[in-house]
Write a protein that binds this ligand. Structure first.
Ligand SMILES: [Zn+2]
Ligand SMILES: [Zn+2]
Length: 362
């Protein structure tokens, strides 16, 4: 028995264990599933929401525990120590308060900037969200998180953008100086956002499900089972994005690659990204939420869902007669269940569950 850990096999083969990890603060529910090899290092550990929240960001440590532990109770004992440590290092709400002088200074600085610029501010002045409009009058949020040494120390800044905003902090100009630098910086990214807006408005985007201003990649539906994945350079959005990756049956992918090879010299940076892509591939992209687009959104042939945790199927069988699609996760899990698949991290290719054709993973 390991202190603070209660665990029992939940299946006859002893491959699934359920139980609790008890710390001074909580009792966390936990489930451990061993893979067919019965190695702890391949085990999957699932916990209740509280446990998941607490260990977020500790994946490397957990992986180390998995490798080091010889038994399930030993693994959970290590997790118990980690959880106890994480619980005690969580800041208490009162520890978040800024000195009164800093709050006064911030209130003054917001006064000079204008309170109309403030989208939200918490009562402790920990996070101040400022709204700044770009040349196209689109609103952007600059989140300012002052430290206890404000204004002598630069506040921490968070923006929804593909590159970091690194202004020069000057305590004499304070928030006003920050906002004016942010405003010019937004203009340098204007062309990138225009390109992405056009793609989002004119094509059927499979991924990301909800593109943010920071996302530089898009997966665009071309035809049934066929899509294009590209990453746009935020500072040079009009150049040919490389590499262009096509997901789909082999013959269609070869055909598109051939077009790229033949037409790439025609790429013209004075035209929009969308216009260039369409002439490069010699096609018109499907409009978003069109009927065709809906019909072409192929569900995963393993889980029969289209979106799995926001992700759409991206593994496609290269056999043109089969061309089934799978979520990466479903396909890998299916391969791991096969007797000859060897281990968690080494799955690079496997046979299509439907036709047996070898599918290699990205
Ligand atoms: Zn699936
Ligand atoms: Zn197949």
């Amino acid at each position: 028995m390991v202190d603070g850990v209660l665990i029992l096999p939940a299946s006859l083969e002893e491959s699934v264990f359920r139980g609790f990890i008890n710390t001074p603060e909580h009792s966390y529910e936990v489930k451990v599933t061993l893979s067919s090899s019965n190695q702890i290092s391949d085990a999957r550990v699932e916990g209740d929401w509280r446990l998941s929240n607490l260990i977020r960001g500790q994946e490397d440590t957990l992986q180390q525990y998995l490798t080091e532990s010889k038994t399930v109770p030993e693994l959970l004992g290590k997790m118990r120590d980690l959880l106890t440590q994480l619980e005690s290092s969580k800041p208490s709400p009162l520890g978040l308060a800024l000195p009164l002088s800093v709050c006064r200074q911030l209130a003054n600085d917001i006064d000079s900037l204008g309170w109309s610029r403030v989208q939200t501010v918490d009562t402790l002045f920990r996070h101040i969200q400022l709204v700044v409009r770009d040349q196209k009058n689109q609103a952007h949020t600059l989140t300012v998180s002052p430290t206890a040494k404000y204004p002598h120390e630069a506040p921490i800044l968070t923006v929804d953008a593909p590159v970091d905003f690194k202004p020069h902090w000057d305590k004499t100009t304070g928030l006003c100086g920050l906002v004016s630098q942010f405003s010019s910086w937004l203009d340098t990214l204007g062309p990138f956002w225009s390109c992405m807006e056009e793609l989002d408005a004119q094509t059927c985007i499979l991924e990301p499900e909800h593109p943010s201003r920071a996302h530089t990649h898009r997966r665009i539906l071309i035809d049934t089972h066929l899509s294009l994945v590209l990453t746009v350079n935020p500072l040079k959005p009009l150049i040919l994005p490389e590499p262009l990756q096509f997901l789909g049956p082999d013959n269609r992918v070869r055909e598109l690659r051939g077009k790229v090879g033949r037409n790439c010299t025609q790429w013209n940076e004075r035209r929009s990204l969308l216009a260039n892509l369409q002439s490069l591939l010699d096609l018109q992209f499907l409009k978003p939420s069109s009927k065709e687009a809906e019909e072409m959104s192929e569900e995963c042939a393993i889980c029969y869902d289209y979106r799995l945790n926001g992700v759409v199927p991206s593994v496609i069988c290269p056999n043109n007669h089969c061309a089934k699609c799978y979520h990466n996760e479903c396909f890998e899990e299916w391969l791991r269940g096969l007797p000859r698949a060897d281990g968690l991290h080494t799955v690079l290719a496997g046979d299509c569950p439907f036709c047996g054709e070898v599918i290699s993973l990205r």
